[in-house]
Design a protein around this ligand. Structure first.
Ligand code: ZN
Ligand code: ZN
Length: 590
């Protein structure tokens, strides 16, 4: 039986068209998703001139009958959707019937397909069949789209530079490969391999194949569930930060989606771990009952609606936050090239080699060698294993780290038995103060101190109004405050935790921040911002000379912090160099 059905009109109207093939990467997406639907295990994408000259997708899927091959270029033909209801329970990927027809209308397309029975080679140019004959009899499908937009030069104008088109395509293939670790993907441009995954069905290995060793080493596994959702996957620690969201990949029931609220929940979990304008690498699989989601059916969008959004965002933020807190998160002053003790055997086994890309076919050979090497190294290291385990505990519990001295007036050099640490004294102080202020701001118990000399704060009428809107919130924090003439407040008492000698400055900071919240006050956001601003202000500046006892005290307090590794702005506080890494730098060891 032929697998392709022609959809009815109501359904056609529900699917928006037009922009389907605006970009090279839309075309690649369309073709690749068809290959996935055809149950392919290996999908190879070959581009010439970033795809503007030719886009070729070669798969080893089930192929098509001759009739399906003809029909697939029909507008509104699809093998996926039979009735309108199906749209809401989409489990396969290619639900758009129009794309192939649209692509064929603006290009010279060759389709060579074989389903084991019938072999077909069709050439369609500008939408009309030019020729149809027996094809290569290779099971699977090869589709080549040449000279895209050749007959509609106007469309070409919408295309970005070759580089942008290519990088969009690369980013798409990365995402699709991560969402299908069981399929091997490869991508070539002008004959050069850009990326390749092995189809090992192992997400961690696929992450390694795409992002390389350094990123992979800095990924933390997560696993959690609540009544509505199950989440699993990998998230980067503080050693990885990207300048855009491109590497935040979320899959819902196996499908790549981009949802703002989900992204925000993930970013929230990295609050103070990464700077505001930096983003992590995450690959998170979300499983849920399909009735809880509503997939946007527009072909070029990947958005989704969740009917229990908060349940999901809560789960994501909590799980990621905990994973970050519980992992050994110190910044490394070196790029990781060595398999490290922090990984389980299972994870280590999945690491193939030190190169960012595996360029040859001998993946398994390299993999085996690595495993052998690993077992030798592990047995060699058996004695030191306990020390390694303790290292984490030491950093949290009791501090054996001792100061060595202050370098350049800013960086505290410290050491324990095996590791040298460099600590930015301002950043470290900020972290300590931030956590202290957060604690104080969150606490229900408010202790206040009466001021010997009340202060008056004068504002512009606009500022005054904004602060006045939140006056009750200010009082809740422990401030005694009243209006005092035109646009002026009089403060008579303040919460006791304000740093001595900095009371007036702190009060001004807090009032100023209150004013910024205007009509929508958010206590959690306020606390975080207030703690950060006060912490920065009150922390010892760089180039301050501190003595040995102060250094010791700083280390003590820092390592007692919940998350000592970054300042509240997301910059590193501690950079570590294990002895072994230093020995490597000085060529004492290889
Ligand atoms: Zn600062
Ligand atoms: Zn900072």
């Amino acid at each position: 039986m032929n697998k392709i059905n022609v959809m009815n009109d109501t359904l056609i109207n529900k699917i928006a068209a037009g922009e389907v093939v605006e970009r090279i990467c839309n075309v690649v997406k369309e073709l690749v998703e068809n290959s996935i639907d055809a149950k392919s295990k290996n999908i190879k994408v070959e581009l010439i001139s970033s795809g503007t000259k030719s886009i070729k997708v070669i798969d080893d899927g089930i192929g098509m009958s001759r009739e399906d091959a003809r029909l697939c270029f029909n507008r509104h033909a699809t093998s996926k959707i039979k009735t309108e209801n199906d749209l809401y329970f989409i489990n396969t990927l290619g639900f758009r019937g129009e794309a192939l027809a649209a692509i064929a209308a603006v290009s010279n397309t060759f389709l060579d397909t074989y389903d084991g029975n019938e072999s077909t080679l069709i050439n369609i140019k500008a939408g009309s069949i030019i020729s149809e004959k027996v094809g290569s009899m290779r099971v699977g499908t090869i589709i080549e789209v040449q000279e895209l937009f050749y007959n509609t030069p106007a469309r070409l104008k919408f295309m970005k530079s070759l580089n942008t088109e290519l990088s969009n395509t690369v980013s798409f293939i990365e995402k699709i490969a991560l969402s299908h670790p069981d399929i091997s993907f490869s991508l070539y441009n002008d004959g050069k391999e850009i990326l390749r995954t092995s189809g090992s069905n192992d997400l961690y290995k696929t992450i390694h194949e795409i992002y390389g060793l350094n990123t992979t080493k800095n990924m933390i596994k997560i696993d959690a569930e609540n009544y509505d959702y199950i989440i699993s996957g990998y998230i980067s620690n503080l050693n990885i930060s990207k300048s855009n969201r491109n590497n935040m990949i979320t899959l819902v029931n196996g499908r790549v989606v981009t949802n703002q609220s989900v992204n925000r929940a993930i970013k929230d979990a990295y609050h103070t771990v990464l700077a505001e304008n930096k983003f992590p690498v995450v690959v998170i699989c979300i499983e849920t009952d399909p009735t809880l989601i509503d997939v946007n059916i527009h072909p070029t969008k990947q958005d989704i609606k969740f009917s229990k959004l908060e349940s999901l965002t809560d789960l994501l933020t909590k799980t990621i936050k905990n994973a970050l807190l519980n992992s050994n998160n110190t910044f490394k002053g070196y790029k990781e090239t060595q398999i490290h003790e922090n990984y389980t055997n299972e994870e280590v086994n999945n690491i193939i080699d030190d190169n960012d890309y595996v360029l040859n076919e001998d993946i398994n050979k390299v993999y085996e060698e690595e495993k052998q090497y690993e077992s030798i190294r592990l047995s060699f290291n058996e004695d030191s294993e306990e020390i390694t385990y303790n290292e984490k505990e030491v950093e949290k519990e009791e501090v054996f780290i001792k100061p060595v001295g202050l370098a350049l007036g800013t960086y505290l050099i410290a050491q324990d038995e095996n590791i040298m640490y460099m600590i930015d004294i301002h950043a470290a102080n900020e972290r300590i103060n931030y956590e202290r202020y957060m604690e104080a701001l969150k606490s229900d118990k408010v202790y206040t101190t009466n001021m010997l000399f009340p202060i008056q704060l004068e504002y512009s009428s606009n500022e005054f109004m904004n602060i006045k809107d939140n006056i009750e919130e200010i009082r809740k924090l422990g401030f005694g405050v009243e209006e005092f003439g035109t646009n002026t407040f009089r403060v008579t008492s303040h919460p006791s935790w304000l740093k001595e000698g900095y009371e007036e400055e702190s009060i001004k900071k807090i009032f100023e921040l209150m004013g910024e919240f205007k009509d929508k006050f958010d206590r959690i956001k306020f606390n975080e911002k207030a703690a950060i601003r006060l912490a920065c202000k009150m922390s010892v500046k760089a180039n301050t000379n501190i003595g040995y006892l102060e250094e010791e005290e700083l280390l003590n307090r820092l390592f007692k912090c919940e998350f000592p590794y970054t300042c509240p702005h997301g910059r590193p506080t501690i950079i570590k160099y294990p002895k072994y890494e230093l020995e490597k730098l000085f060529k004492r060891v290889n």
